[in-house]
Write a protein that binds this ligand. Structure first.
Ligand code: A2P
Length: 276
C-alpha cells in the first residue's frame, strides 16, 4: 500500500478501507478477518449497521496489533445530544471490545433536529479524554460544517459522504480541501453492479488491463479521497486493494468525473431523516 493520509489533527489514516454496511453481524468477523489478511488496515462500521460486535471479533481473531488498525464508527441519529452521545460511544466501544476508537463520526447531521452541535461537543470531550483518536462527520454539507467551525473548538478531521463517479461532489471536496478536512467515500463503487458497467469505466479498465472497480477506486485515490468499498468476496476484497500500481491520465480522470449525473445510491442528506 501507499502512504497514509495525514489528518488536520496530526493523526494519520490508511488511504483505503473496508466498509461493512449491510454485512450481517454473524458474517462480519469472517469478512473482517479476510480483509485484514488481504492487507486492509481501516475498517468502517457504524452503530446502526448492527455489526460492531463482528468487527471487534474479526479484529481480535486476526492477531494484528491494535495500533496497526484504524477503526471507524458512527453515532446514530437517535443518540444525538451530549449525554446520549457519550453513552452511545460506550456501547459501541463495548461491542467492538476496544478501549479507544480511531475515528468517531456523527452519522447524519439532521439539521432540523438541531442537536449536532451538542453531539459534536461530546465528540470533542471523547477526543480530549483519549477515547477517540480523531473526530469527524458524515453526510454533512457546507452549512453544517461551517456551523461546527464557527461554534466549536475542534474542526472535523473527516467528512464521509456518498461519492463515486456518478456523484463526484466536486464543490464539497473543494470546500473540504480549503478547511483541511479529509474526504472519505461511502459506496465508492456506486454499489457495484450496473454502475461499474458504464462504458467510460469499462473502456478505461480495458485500456489498463484492470477491473472496473480498480479503475473507480484509483480515481478516488488520485482525487485524494479515501474510498471505503464493501465486499464479502475474498477475491474482490483483494482486487479492490490493488490500486496503487497504475496511474490514470488527466483525461481519464476527467472522463470519469464527467459521468457525474446526480446518480445517488443512498439517501439525500438534505432530505433524509429531517422530517420528524
Ligand atoms: P460483493 O460484496 O458481493 O463483492 P459500494 O462499496 O459502492 O457500496 O459497493 C458494494 C457493492 O459492490 C457490493 O454489492 C459488492 O458485492 C460489490 N463489489 C465490491 N467489489 C466489487 C468488485 N471488485 N467488482 C464488482 N462488484 C464489487
Amino acid at each position: 500500500q501507499v502512504s497514509s493520509l495525514t489528518l488536520n489533527d496530526g493523526n494519520s489514516i490508511p488511504p483505503i478501507g473496508l466498509g461493512v454496511f449491510q454485512i450481517p453481524d454473524e458474517r462480519t468477523a469472517d469478512v473482517v478477518g479476510t480483509a485484514v489478511e488481504a492487507g486492509y488496515r481501516l475498517i468502517d462500521t457504524a452503530a446502526v449497521y448492527g455489526n460492531e460486535l463482528g468487527v471487534g471479533k474479526g479484529l481480535a481473531d486476526s492477531g494484528v496489533a491494535r495500533e496497526e488498525i484504524s477503526v471507524v464508527t458512527k453515532v446514530w441519529n437517535d443518540d444525538q445530544g451530549y449525554d446520549e452521545t457519550l453513552r452511545a460511544f460506550e456501547t459501541s466501544a463495548g461491542l467492538l471490545g476496544l478501549e479507544y476508537v480511531d475515528l468517531y463520526l456523527i452519522h447524519w447531521p439532521r439539521p432540523r433536529l438541531d442537536r449536532y452541535v451538542a453531539t459534536w461537543r461530546a465528540l470533542e470531550k471523547l477526543k480530549a479524554d483519549g477515547r477517540v483518536g480523531s473526530i469527524g462527520v458524515s453526510n454533512f454539507g457546507r452549512e453544517e460544517i461551517t456551523r461546527l467551525l464557527d461554534e466549536c473548538d475542534v474542526p472535523p478531521a473527516v467528512n464521509q459522504i456518498e461519492l463515486h463517479p456518478g456523484l463526484p461532489r466536486t464543490e464539497l471536496r473543494e470546500f473540504h480541501a480549503q478547511h483541511g478536512i479529509a474526504t472519505q467515500a461511502w459506496s465508492p463503487l456506486g454499489r457495484g453492479q450496473g454502475f461499474l458497467e458504464h462504458p467510460a469505466i469499462t473502456e478505461i479498465a480495458r485500456d489498463h488491463g484492470r477491473t472496473p472497480a480498480q479503475v473507480v477506486l484509483r480515481w478516488h485515490s488520485q482525487l485524494g479521497v479515501v474510498p471505503l468499498p464493501k465486499s464479502v468476496s475474498p477475491t474482490r476484497l483483494r482486487g479492490n486493494l490493488d490500486i496503487f500500481g497504475f496511474q490514470l491520465s488527466g483525461a481519464e480522470m476527467d472522463r470519469l468525473t464527467e459521468i457525474g449525473t446526480d446518480f445517488r445510491v443512498g439517501p439525500d442528506p438534505a432530505l433524509f431523516f429531517d422530517v420528524s
